[in-house]
Write a protein that binds this ligand. Structure first.
Ligand code: AQP
Length: 339
């Protein structure tokens, strides 16, 4: 991995059911960033267990996310693909950050409130401290750029606050950089096929709400055919879809898959019934996702290969993180045997 390019870190949780939103909102962008950055792409299994995961399913999902990275076009030789738990520096730095971040900062995190819901007292401590681990993921490598969805901007702000406070508290002004968000353009947020106001999500109990990356052509066609719409034909500009979230979402998906703007797509389909639009959207989805799904299937059938990629990636990630952590321990005042 070239160390001359700025360093990107990003992660995806192995929580099952990787979907079109994960692809368009994250993984596709990971592939594009390889040209300009040195990239570390992490399967964040330690984040995943902040809510209950069946151990066997966690293992499968970890291999599946790594396979999706590779199948979508991330090059595991030039860049680094690994799973978080194989690099203990993440947990070590997260503990130090638990002692740097303030409870008041974490209390303001809206994702904890959303995920814990009304059952706050029963949520895991890990779910609450999740943003400190995310800060450690990034700063263990002194990564400077983090591709994230809109929903993660608050967590990245917190990572910046932690970096700043660490530098100030220990009197080491430039020790950690201030990582910057690489935000996706408007429209990269893909919504549920059943409810255009809810994001497409791995944990939605309805499989009909999302297109999974490993869905075959028939499943994709069925899901798009059944996707919620409304009785009106399509307008000729996005302004005409202001109060039609499901239609707006389908147009957004088409635009993202075809690398067009939503208005360009609407010019093509102005006045069309949904049946015609949905048939073309199905063809486009099958065309774009089919090869990725097939390659994922091939890779997941070879767990030894995928685990080899993760192990080699973890060793290379450790080679970057270990000396940084040695400096952190020294700054904090921990005594460590010198090699
Ligand atoms: N619907 C979405 N549209 C666009 N981007 C999305 N991402 C997730 N859903 C959408 C992006 O995918 C990356 C990986 O997400 P994650 O697995 O770390 O966690 P998440 O955001 O919580 O994803 P899910 O699918 O909603 O999973 P669950 O249901 O387990 O919480 C992130 O960059 C995210 O922005």
């Amino acid at each position: 991995m070239s160390t001359h390019k700025p360093l990107v870190f990003s992660g995806v949780q192995p929580t099952g059911n990787l979907h079109l939103g994960n692809y368009l909102g994250a993984i596709r962008n990971f592939v594009k960033l390889q040209k300009s950055y040195s990239c570390l792409y992490c399967v964040v299994d330690m984040h995943a267990i902040t809510v209950w995961q069946e151990p066997g399913e966690l293992r499968n999902a970890t291999r599946e996310v790594a396979s999706a990275f590779i199948a979508a076009g991330v090059d595991p030789e030039t860049h680094i693909i690994f799973n978080q738990s194989q690099v203990p520096e993440h947990a070590e730095l997260a503990w130090i950050f638990n002692c740097v971040a303030r409870i008041g900062w974490l209390n303001r995190m809206t994702q904890f409130k959303d995920k814990a819901g009304s059952n706050r007292e029963k949520a895991s401590v890990g779910l609450y401290a999740y943003p400190n681990l995310m800060a450690a993921d990034i700063l263990a490598y002194r990564a400077t750029h983090v591709p994230i969805g809109e929903d993660q901007t608050q967590h990245l702000e917190l990572a910046r606050d932690i970096a700043q406070k660490f530098n100030t508290d220990f009197g080491v002004p430039d020790f950690f950089p201030q990582p910057e968000a690489l935000l996706q353009p408007e429209g990269a947020r893909i919504m549920s096929l059943k409810d255009g106001t809810k994001k497409m999500s791995k944990s939605d109990p309805s499989d009909q709400s999302r297109i999974n990356l490993n869905d075959d052509a028939d499943a994709i066609a069925k899901k798009i055919r059944r996707a919620r719409t409304d009785p009106e034909p399509l307008p000729d500009t996005m302004a005409g879809l202001a109060s039609r979230p499901e239609a707006r979402n389908l147009i957004g998906i088409f635009a993202a898959l075809d690398d067009k703007t939503a208005d360009e797509v609407l010019r093509e389909f102005a006045g069309a019934e949904f049946s015609r639009f949905k048939a073309q959207l199905t063809d486009l989805c099958v065309d774009r996702l089919g090869p990725i799904g097939a390659e994922m299937k091939r890779l997941t059938a070879d767990p030894a290969y995928v685990e080899g990629v993760l192990a080699r990636g973890a060793a290379r990630a450790r080679a970057i993180a270990t000396p940084i952590l040695a400096e952190v321990f020294d700054v904090v005042g921990f005594i460590r045997a010198k090699n």
